[in-house]
Ligand binder design. Structure first.
Ligand code: 13P
Ligand code: SF4
Length: 308
């Protein structure tokens, strides 16, 4: 029996669900029950009746699932699968900023630790950030953390001035504007689509800006066109499955002379073998202290409520 089949059987026997992010390797996406963006994955995690959640993504995503499901086992195939953006916002430093601005509403992007969520008023993802910011009364000042690129983009969209945390995603900051413009010239008529974690000079070239799920939806609406895709290259797998006739070209990264694309080393730590092992042995498990969990669940629930 191959690994894919073994995982499916084990999953059924243990009443487990496999949730995977679009940046996972293709063989993990193909075995998952649901593949989605950060918002879709938290919504699925909130509604599942499985006993075990295998989260094929990075640590903050699995942690969010655990916060929502304290009585379920939440497994992450590789516990070292972190996130540069989450790491750019240590909870103790963030607490100082929050305490120095008691009149501010604290909006944090889901890419952060449970401790940072516990210090927040409301969580957002790239697919609902604009809506969440707009839900805060105009006269209330906002702290937005940890992604300064998403923050700048949302400031521009909403006209709200926000106090931005100086964090970023190493993958989305790696795109090269010179190489991108050169590639665009080589493919006249193509459309550049970009994730809002990218820097503003990249976003300025884009016809469409949105979350990973938003980018896939956009390509679905324009099935026979050519796209230069500025986000992590794992998205190309599902995008191409959904829209086989579209021509998809990964946006080039500055330092990349091998695959000409951007890959998240954290996302790629999970493999099909590790996924099988973690389901078989029910380890490594995600744990969140009850003190932090009780605080962190409130801003997550506020986001889920506003995203219905
Ligand atoms: P979304 O899937 O919500 O667009 O987020 C992208 C990302 O970088 C996740 O780490
Ligand atoms: Fe974090 Fe960036 Fe990797 Fe997403 S792509 S998990 S934001 S490092």
């Amino acid at each position: 029996m191959d690994l894919h089949q073994k995982i499916l059987e084990l999953k059924k026997k243990k009443n487990a669900v496999i949730l995977a992010h679009y940046y996972q390797v293709p063989e993990i996406q193909d075995v998952a029950d649901y593949v989605g963006d950060s918002l879709g994955l938290s919504q699925k995690a909130a509604e599942t009746d499985a006993d075990i959640i295998v989260f094929a993504g990075v640590h903050f995503m699995a942690e969010t699932a655990k916060i929502l499901n304290p009585n379920k086992k939440v497994l992450l195939p590789d516990l070292m699968a972190g996130c540069s953006l989450a790491d750019s916002c240590p909870a103790d430093a963030f607490q100082k900023l929050v305490e120095a601005h008691p009149d501010h509403t604290v909006i944090t992007y889901v890419n952060c630790s449970a401790e940072v969520k516990a210090l927040s008023d409301i969580i957002c993802t790239s697919s609902n950030a604009e809506k969440i910011v707009n839900s805060i009364p105009k006269d209330v000042p906002i702290i937005f953390a940890p992604d300064k690129n998403l923050g700048k983009y949302i400031q521009k969209k909403t006209g709200r001035k926000m106090l931005l945390w100086d964090g970023a995603c190493i993958v989305h900051e790696a795109f090269s504007i010179d190489k991108l413009l050169k590639l665009y010239k080589e493919h006249p008529g193509s459309k550049i689509i970009a994730h809002p974690e990218s820097e503003s000079h990249i976003l300025e070239t884009a016809t469409y800006i949105g979350s990973t799920a938003g980018m896939i939806d956009y390509v679905k609406k324009h099935p026979s066109e050519k796209f230069i895709v500025a986000t992590e290259a794992g998205i190309l797998h599902k995008m191409q499955q959904e829209v086989p006739q579209a021509i998809l070209i990964p946006a080039p990264a500055e330092e990349d002379n091998t695959c000409a694309c951007s890959e998240c080393a954290f996302m790629k730590m999970n493999t099909l073998q590790k996924l099988y092992n973690c389901l078989l042995n029910e380890t490594p498990q995600i744990e969140v202290s009850e003190v932090i969990r009780k605080k962190a669940i409130l801003p997550i629930e506020r986001m889920l409520e506003l995203s219905k």
